[in-house]
Design a protein around this ligand. Structure first.
Ligand code: F6P
Length: 240
């Protein structure tokens, strides 16, 4: 695991983008994340695209997750998030965008479909954030490492943390999500994990301690991945 500390989220995101670009090919399959963490990273993608340095015409994307129970046009749906923060600003072909359809009435079928699509591709570069409880995607503590795409009940800590996107009202936060599983994430060739803020420090620390990976802190499975880059700001630096 390569560990990189920068003063700010902005600087760390810029450096993470440089690493991303080293691996980026015109036909790379990209695994994408949402939440507060990747926003500056997406700004870097857009800025470089606007300079004419990149094109995403032939890239395929897979998002990690989506809330169950809110529509695509809800401002906090991850479909909307991706359009607003990235897809509306680059030349990606809409038919190459994959995000779990968590609003489907046939969720079990949708999950199967998403799993099949993932099984037929290799994610070349996976972008990850991490929850303060160590979740990656929405794989909450206790999730088995061999699990694929599934519906998850969000735990209290996650609902509390994400209420900042829902007028600070926990009751408005969806209680479930569809998420790629840890098994899917671990198949990615390169993982770029970003973490910003004091509340991520413990999760980051768990990536570098002497302990074996544990389902109690899902991100610790990344110790078993051969090619992970971690970018943090000073507040999330576990050495401080
Ligand atoms: O980036 P945040 O909002 O702190 O959330 C942490 C992580 O949890 C998720 O929201 C769960 O998908 C990730 O997208 C995110 O990186």
């Amino acid at each position: 695991m390569k560990y990189n500390v920068f003063k700010t989220k902005k600087e760390a995101s810029k450096a993470a983008y440089e690493t991303f670009k080293q691996y980026l090919k015109p036909n790379s399959v990209l695994g994408l994340a949402t939440g507060g963490t990747p926003t500056d990273f997406y700004k870097e993608i857009i800025a470089d695209y606007n300079l004419g340095n990149t094109s995403y015409k032939n890239n395929v994307t897979f998002n990690l997750d989506e809330y169950v129970g809110i529509s695509y046009d809800h401002p906090e749906s991850y479909h909307k998030f991706m359009d607003t923060n990235l897809f509306d600003h680059i030349d990606i072909d809409r038919k190459n965008i994959n995000i779990p359809d968590a609003s489907s009435e046939h969720l079990a079928e949708e999950i199967k479909k998403y799993q099949n699509k993932l099984n037929n591709k290799t994610i070349n570069i996976q972008l990850l954030g991490v929850g303060s409880n160590g979740h990656i995607g929405f794989n909450e503590p206790g999730t088995f490492f061999n699990v694929g795409v599934h519906v998850v009940d969000l735990n209290e800590e996650t609902i509390e943390a994400n209420s900042r996107f829902f007028n600070n009202d926990k009751n408005l936060v969806p209680k479930q999500a569809v998420t790629m599983g840890i098994a899917d994430i671990m198949k990615s060739e390169v993982i770029i994990l970003l973490a910003f803020g004091e509340n991520k420090k413990e999760a980051i620390k768990s990536l570098f301690d002497e302990n074996e990976p544990t389902v109690d802190i899902p991100c610790t499975i990344l110790k078993n991945h051969p090619n992970v880059y971690v970018f943090v700001d000073e507040e999330a630096d576990y050495n401080k």
